[in-house]
Design a protein around this ligand. Structure first.
Ligand code: SF4
Length: 502
């Protein structure tokens, strides 16, 4: 890194902001500081190691951690080899300079190199999956933080709502405040902090608190369960719990409400018609759309009284004493009725068998969780830091010669052009993300490949350092996580397959 001084200050050239930093102070992003005239990266370089070896390593406290206690609650490497991540590695700028660390090691007789850098991502965002039935906003509703638009609601998925936050339009295409709030929100979400989102316009806005790995809190209520399936699927899954104990069952769902007696399931199990009428748009037999508005009530609808979705029973078919169970897709809400002489449902205490069926639905629901996936595109500065011929790196990734990881965590590389990656932030070390005030997010990214392939693509081979030669006093060592794949695992590399090593 070049050092340029201005009086007592030195210039940081790790990003386009080019801060002049006084002695004892840090730059605008709090990642770099002037330490007695030396420009230093404030967070330690993070290396992932198997647990046995990690215990022998000197543990360097990460920024914000107390008494050397490691905040990493995952681990990565299978086997004893270390893996150098880009967390705390620093950034080189402008693009032509080699990445901060280019570390080699021999793995099963093959010379491998890992090129690491903390990438500055102007083109990035997060995709959030929120496991809930509850209505949090319509598709395309704007998501705001501190009054600033930072993203929008995407499609609903099976049992989950999806948000797309960030992106270059919010980071740089709006006002200065919009960019700053977007960048700060993305960084906090990626660092697994709780962020309060307001979704939709003021008169019908929903407040959702999102934290990676935790249940969402929707309008002050902590979500508990993810639905077992849509109403129709629930009818198909649990009929044996109901046959003989009730005459009809309605599973209330904002998307597809199911009715046992009309459903194919009921037909195949000889459930007779009951004359029930559902106030919704019939899709196919026993499956109804739009029985109510979306909301925070039963099955993601806005209703608290399930009878609101029933019309009058057909008097030619229904009978006095007909037994009806109504239940939500999470089994959290249920009610039992019997028809009186006028064929009007009257609430009754729920029989034990039917209560047990609602409990079984709830038991089959998974816990509701927020998942935060960072998504970013590796652009010019990143790729040029790896090789003098950036497009060859892209081709190497596509040809399975180079494995891309973020903080040692497996990524999904999108098909098509460029290197656009997605990664679950829960698989990354804590505090992996930072920012620069341009504004842009700083995220770790590593490229691992054979030294021979690295040389062939025009890599900065003269900058390769053996991993054991990296100054261990300045390293934070974190332990492996058996749930995350080893970035050096052979199955990532096309050449290993050719050797029959799978
Ligand atoms: S914002 Fe951070 S990385 Fe950028 S120049 Fe300032 S101190 Fe360096």
């Amino acid at each position: 890194m070049n050092k340029e001084t201005s009086g007592e200050k030195i210039r940081c050239d790790a990003c386009p902001v080019m801060c002049f930093i006084a002695d004892g102070k840090s730059g605008a992003c709090d990642r770099y500081a002037n330490h007695s005239g030396d420009l230093i990266r404030l967070d330690a370089l993070t290396i992932i190691q198997s647990s046995d070896q990690a215990e022998d390593q000197k543990l360097v406290p990460f920024l914000g951690e107390q008494d050397g206690q490691q905040a990493w609650n995952g681990d990565i490497i299978k086997g004893d080899r270390p893996f150098i991540t880009a967390v705390g590695a620093g950034t080189t700028y402008p693009d032509y300079k080699p990445a901060p660390f280019i570390a080699s090691q021999t793995v099963d007789g093959v010379d491998m190199v890992t090129v690491v850098t903390e990438g500055i991502f102007s083109y990035c965002g997060v995709k959030i999956k929120i496991d809930t039935d509850r209505h949090i906003g319509h598709e395309r509703d704007v998501v705001r933080v501190d009054g600033e638009p930072i993203g929008h609601v995407m499609t609903s998925e099976y049992g989950s709502k999806m948000l797309s936050l960030g992106g270059v339009e919010h980071l740089t295409g709006g006002t200065k405040k919009e960019g700053r709030v977007t960048c700060d929100s993305l960084m906090r979400l990626c660092n697994r902090e709780a962020v309060t989102l307001l979704i939709g316009e003021e008169e019908h806005a929903t407040e959702v608190i999102v934290e990676a790995g935790q249940p969402p809190i929707i309008n002050g209520i902590r979500e508990n369960l993810m639905r077992v399936g849509c109403g129709s699927a629930t009818i198909g899954m649990f009929p044996m719990q109901w046959i003989g104990h009730v005459d009809d069952v309605v599973v209330v769902d904002d998307h597809i409400t199911g009715v046992l007696s009309e459903h194919e399931t009921g037909k195949q199990l000889n459930v007779p018609p009951t004359g029930i009428k559902i106030l919704g748009r019939r899709s196919t037999a026993g499956r109804y759309f739009q029985v109510a508005e979306p909301g925070l009530g039963w099955g993601g609808t806005d209703i608290d009284d399930p009878l609101k979705i029933l019309g009058p029973f057909n008097s030619k078919i229904a009978w006095e004493g007909l037994r009806l169970l109504m239940v939500s897709t999470t089994g959290e809400q249920y009610a039992y009725y019997e028809l009186d002489a006028s064929l009007t449902p009257q609430a009754k205490p729920i029989p034990e068998k039917l209560k047990a069926s609602a409990d079984l639905i709830a038991e089959n629901c998974e816990p509701s969780v927020c998942s935060v996936l960072f998504m970013g595109g590796a652009g010019g500065s990143l790729r040029a830091g790896v090789t003098e011929n950036p497009v060859r790196l892209t081709r190497s990734v596509k040809a399975a010669l180079a494995n891309v990881t973020c903080g040692g965590a497996e990524t999904y590389v999108w098909p098509g052009g460029g290197i656009t990656v997605m990664v679950d932030v829960m698989n990354m070390p804590t505090q992996s993300f930072g920012y620069v005030p341009t504004p842009a997010l700083v995220a770790p990214i590593e490229f691992t490949l054979r030294v021979s392939d690295y040389a062939a693509l025009g890599g900065h081979v003269d900058r390769i350092t053996a991993i054991e030669d990296i100054d261990q006093d300045k390293v934070r060592t974190v332990k492996k996580n058996s749930g995350v794949r080893d970035p050096l695992e052979r199955s990532y590399y096309g050449w290993a397959k050719d050797r029959g090593w799978q």
